[in-house]
Design a protein around this ligand. Structure first.
Ligand code: AMP
Ligand code: ZN
Length: 402
């Protein structure tokens, strides 16, 4: 098989509804590892174009069928809801001070492999300032901190019903079987300096997978309140840390990482209290973005899907306004970057973990999640890569003036 690239356009008839175009473009990579790049006709949804790696004509017809079936299933299991924009602020036409490529080329940003970045001293201090800004926001609303592990057991994630909905994002954790021969053979291979395979161990030497890297923060919050009856109308906590999502070919720059940093404020309480909290939180967060000099908009949204069950969930989220995203103008294919989300889960998690309200009803929950790396990326493209030259109000909001 030659590694030549060929482009194939697959006609979609009927055309893909507008609300599905972005997610289909990003989800199609999970159909086959031969897909190197994908473009959906954003204007009319009449085709999807794939750049394919070393594909024969026979493979092409198989792959076309797989993609068509997947798109058909996706369309069939969704109701096309258009997104509504709840609010818009700032001057999107103000223009960018840096491209994502210039951000990546910053001497203070170190790539550690695909989707893995490290911040050097200057960017790390901005990152720290950003996190502290969110700590102040969390304290203002009355949230208390939690410290949570970055790994989750599969039993736990199954209980949260995450596994069947987003299997494409999962990364499992394993280790060697307790077998001296296996472990010693591996150490010996590494001693020989097997750089070509990057010391990848054979699958049969590994234990079965019982754990995974967490895809978000709030899944670990619910067990902390398992079986509890809440004392007040609303209980708020916050936590932050690394989260992991396998984004396939969508992985790019600072904005779509494999290992990224998320900050979450999570609410438990009556349905009413959680709903009111979410509205208030959106207000406060918009104020913060204005203070940071970042334009943006709040719009209804949905979680990315790949398998049919999750398309249903996405449709349900849109239909019931369960997810809002805060987007900042960004020079990527969408023209925007989602930097935060505001979610209502109804009683989905609280019922699974036996959490009840003051009145003894099953509680509701909600969360607001912030992608710290994405907010940093947004600051860098809007204000430039020279942090010292950022606008005074932005630096002041971040406490960078000292
Ligand atoms: P979600 O739980 O999907 O609403 O994600 C919460 C936030 O995490 C998003 O609004 C993004 O800012 C951030 N985020 C999600 N996926 C990634 C990623 N692959 N890389 C960087 N940030 C991400
Ligand atoms: Zn959450």
């Amino acid at each position: 098989v030659s590694a030549t690239l060929r482009s194939e356009r697959i006609a979609l008839d009927p055309p893909l509804p507008a609300a599905l175009r972005r997610d289909v473009e990003q989800g199609v990579y999970y159909c086959s590892d031969l897909i190197a790049d994908a473009r959906v006709d954003r204007a009319a949804g009449a085709w999807i174009e794939l750049d394919l790696l070393g594909v024969s004509d026979a493979e092409l017809s198989d792959l076309t069928r797989v993609v068509r079936d997947w798109v058909e299933r996706t369309v069939a299991s969704s109701l096309a809801y258009e997104d509504t924009i709840a609010r818009e602020w700032g001057r999107p036409e103000a223009g960018f001070r840096a491209t994502p490529e210039q951000v990546l080329a910053s001497a203070d940003l170190h790539s550690m492999g695909e989707g893995l970045v490290a911040y050097g001293p200057r960017l790390a201090s901005v990152f720290g300032a950003l996190r502290e800004l969110w700590d102040r926001l969390a304290a203002e609303v009355g949230a208390t901190p939690l410290v949570l592990p970055a790994v989750a057991t599969l039993e736990h994630m199954q209980r949260c019903d995450f596994l069947r909905q987003f299997p494409q994002l999962l990364s499992f954790v394993t280790h060697f079987r307790e077998d001296f021969g296996v472990i010693d053979r591996y150490a010996e291979a590494c001693r020989r300096g097997d750089t070509e395979s990057a010391c990848a161990p054979p699958a049969q030497d590994m234990s079965s997978f019982r754990r995974m890297l967490r895809p978000a923060i709030c899944y670990h919050v619910y067990p902390c309140f398992e079986g509890e009856q809440l004392a007040g109308d609303l209980r708020l906590v916050h936590a932050w840390g690394d989260c992991f999502r396998y984004e396939s070919r969508n992985t790019t720059g600072l904005d779509r990482l494999f290992d990224f940093r998320m900050y979450e404020v999570v609410a438990l309480g009556s349905a009413d209290a959680v709903h009111r909290w979410r509205s208030g939180m959106m207000e406060r967060v918009v104020e913060r973005f204005e203070a940071l000099g970042l334009p943006g908009r709040l719009k209804t949204s949905n979680d990315p899907f790949f398998v049919s069950g999750s398309v249903l969930k996405s449709t349900f989220q849109r239909a019931h306004d369960l997810k809002y995203e805060l987007e900042v103008p960004f020079p990527n294919r969408e023209g925007h970057l989602a930097v935060a989300s505001f979610n209502e889960h109804q009683d989905f998690f609280a019922s699974r973990f036996g959490i009840t309200t003051r009145d003894g009803e099953v509680a509701s929950s909600g969360c607001s999640a912030f992608g710290l790396d994405r907010i940093l990326a947004a600051l860098l493209v809007h204000h430039g890569t020279d942090v010292n030259a950022w606008p005074a109000p932005t630096r002041q909001t971040l406490g960078l003036n000292t």
